[in-house]
Ligand binder design. Sequence first.
Ligand SMILES: Cc1ncc(COP(=O)(O)O)c(C=O)c1O
Length: 379
Amino acid sequence: MSTPPYLKFAGPVLDEATIAGVADVLRSGWITSGPWVQAFEKSLSEFCGGRPVKALTSATAAVEVALQLAGIGPGDEVITCAQSFFTVLNMIVKVGATPVFVDCDLVTRNIDLGAVEAAITERTKAIMPTHWPGSLVDMDALWALARGHGLRVIEDAALVIGSQWRNRNIGTQGDLVTFSFHPNKNMTTIEGGALVVNDAIEAKRVDALRFHGIEYLPDRTRDVAVAAGKFNMPDVNARIGVAQLARLPEFLATRRALAERYFECFATEPACVLPPRPVPGDGQTWNMFSVLMPLSRMRITRREFRDALEARGIGTGVSYEALHLCTLGRRYGYKEGDLPVTERIAAETVTLPLHAAMSVADVDRVCASVGEVIAGARR
Ligand SMILES: Cc1ncc(COP(=O)(O)O)c(C=O)c1O
């Protein structure tokens, strides 16, 4: 019997037309930010209901620029979810502000808005929630809370481009919104990200903040008033982004069908905690399928569980470690037990393969392997 090919837990779909388009850009004589970035930003803006969107080199850059744009720095606090990627912690610390972590919901994994409200102090400047695949943060409640306290909102939408809140794409409403185009996301530009802002004044400030802080003077010299990084997206990447955005609905439909199949398969494995099951018209997208394994009922550790799947040619991930308990997070005084739901997820979560290059048969293969490993490891 031939061995089935290795199944990555995430990855992009790149077609020949896109590859040919990139070759054209490489031959064009203009490879850094230029006409393709403008075209990509225009398409992204249309996707976000006409709001200004700026392309950057990553979502991490977009979060850093968003924090700078909101004027957040030393002495300020940003309330965020500890069940997220390192970006949120790192960028808050990098701009000199203090991360304030709150817990999340066990099933949706979204930030606990009651805990956010309780954590607001006179130093709080912003709330930075991460939207989870399969379920967005309750935007009505979030915006009401932010407005009531005069706070900025930076939505980390890295995982959910294409998801909808009340039938409108994420990014069309709200304050500052960041997307990721890393190859593991719903669409890719190799590395890349975007920042949705409120108006032309903010958009112009992002132009400076993503390019050394440079402002152009009437005498054709340049000035810098704010120390800024260099995060402008090259045209090569934007060319990929234009093609990927056009195919996004198709990618999302495939992802949704795969998620549906996981729910069918996991119906016989009730000991796992699953994400919320999709219902028709819910407007959710499926960047990943992360489940909590019933480790307390198994004789093996998560490491051994993941190794067993790896041995069967199936890649997995951990989404995510608890940010408040990593070495940098602990420097802000956090310890075990502070955020019990986040910590349980961090200990038990396994991200199973889900990407637009997969088939339903691949999901069946993953589920059969998961079933075998659990059955062999039950206490
Ligand atoms: C939730 C979340 N936010 C932000 C990021 C950062 O994205 P990027 O790699 O584009 O900087 C990631 C990356 O995995 C992520 O998972």
